[in-house]
Design a protein around this ligand. Structure first.
Ligand SMILES: C[S@@+](CC[C@H](N)C(=O)[O-])C[C@H]1O[C@@H](n2cnc3c(N)ncnc32)[C@H](O)[C@@H]1O
Length: 354
């Protein structure tokens, strides 16, 4: 994961490092043996340790592009969603929704005294900041294409990086590699998994949380296939595949890709989320449904402009929003959590390799 533009990368091979955890490196290619004090510094910072969390940005990452009354990042062209306040609000809503859905758990993998955590596609940085609060002795690094993060605690740093570039982190470095809602941002998931595997230390975990962008209903009278919201979601999915990105459906095969990359204890779990406050199960289900609905109402505008002509987009968005707010349809979405562990030395690697 290279990232910050205009940086000359002269980093030598990390395979040379004789200790698994003892090496730090900086953007100018220097190695420093890590110590506890240095652990409060930005990974790539060439300055001395500062007392506040840092956000590394190249000057041109904040040159935004404006279209359809929305603001987009201009660091890399191929992420189709805006990064303006409206989109950031949507990320906050999603964060709240998942917090309720997952019973306030920030992660589902077991973590004991993690040392370094990487959050790929961190967005506003909300998850990274919460993790920094939860694990004050760990260093959390959030990376994204957009410089939209707010400052967090001292052990949390943000970097502008494209996860599709070569990852410059050393091997055996992280206790956890995490990503959330990054599905459409990655060109080549097998490479993502092998980079995560390489940079995790033995026993370290990968946790990926994502939305396949599919709609479901158990209500037999809902004409799911003819709904405008179905058209809108499948239009975005086709757009992603036309760009060479994974479709939502492929998310359900990622467990096999993780095993192929060498991960063990791989597990894929699904967590259904009502779309709207139609559930009669509990007030919490209704609250989760309301948050999902609010995010979908915001999301439609963001997604539709990526895949439909502006002329058509408004009408489709209007119809799709009617579906989203129609409680009678009893729609729900599903949220997928994938986890897998890098084996420790003596564990047998799986027979299948890519
Ligand atoms: C839908 S947002 C989710 C943000 C955050 N993970 C969360 O759950 O709140 C996806 C984020 O991934 C970032 N992103 C997309 N493709 C990326 C890539 N190739 N490398 C780094 N970040 C990427 C986007 O800029 C966006 O901020």
């Amino acid at each position: 994961m290279a990232g910050i533009e205009n940086v000359t990368n002269t980093v030598p091979s990390f395979e040379d490092a004789d200790s698994e955890y003892a090496w730090e490196y900086t953007r100018n290619g220097d190695y420093d043996e890590a110590d506890d004090a240095d652990d409060n510094c930005s990974l790539f910072s060439v300055e001395t340790c500062s007392s506040a969390s840092s956000i590394s940005r190249s000057s041109n990452t904040a040159n935004y592009r404006f279209e359809n009354n929305r603001r987009y990042q201009s660091f890399r062209e191929d992420w189709p969603l805006p990064n303006d306040e409206q989109e950031q609000d949507r990320m906050q809503i999603l964060d709240q929704m998942l917090s309720l859905r997952l019973n306030q758990q920030l992660h589902l993998v077991p973590l004991e005294q993690p040392k370094r955590i990487l959050d790929v596609g961190t967005g506003t940085g909300v998850w990274a900041i919460d993790m920094a609060d939860k694990f004050p002795n760990a260093r959390i690094i959030g990376t994204d294409l957009s410089p939209i993060q707010v400052a967090g605690p001292v052990n949390c740093t943000f970097e502008i990086e494209d996860a599709n570039d070569e990852w410059l982190y050393p091997p055996n470095y992280f206790s956890l590699v995490h990503s959330r809602f990054l599905l459409g941002g990655i060109n080549d998931w097998p490479t993502f998994f092998s980079e995560a595997y390489r940079t995790l230390h033995p026993g370290g975990w990968l946790e990926l949380q994502d939305d396949p962008g599919k709609l479901y209903t158990d209500n037999a009278s809902t004409p799911l296939s003819t709904l405008a919201i179905t058209r809108a979601t499948s239009c975005f999915s086709s757009f992603l595949t036309s760009q060479g990105r994974a479709s939502g459906e492929e998310l359900f095969t990622f467990d096999a890709l993780m095993r192929a990359a060498g991960f063990v204890d791989v597990e894929l779990t699904r967590h259904n989320i009502p779309l709207g406050a139609w559930s009669k199960e509990s007030a919490t289900e209704q609250e989760i449904g309301t948050l999902n609905m609010l995010s979908a109402l915001e999301g439609v505008d963001a997604y539709i402009f990526a895949c439909v002509d502006p002329g058509e987009a408004e009408a489709l968005a209007r119809q799709a929003k009617r579906d989203i707010t129609n409680k009678k349809l009893e729609l729900y979405t599903t949220f997928v959590v994938l986890k897998g562990r890098k084996p420790v030395g003596c564990e047998t690697l799986p027979a299948v390799h890519p």
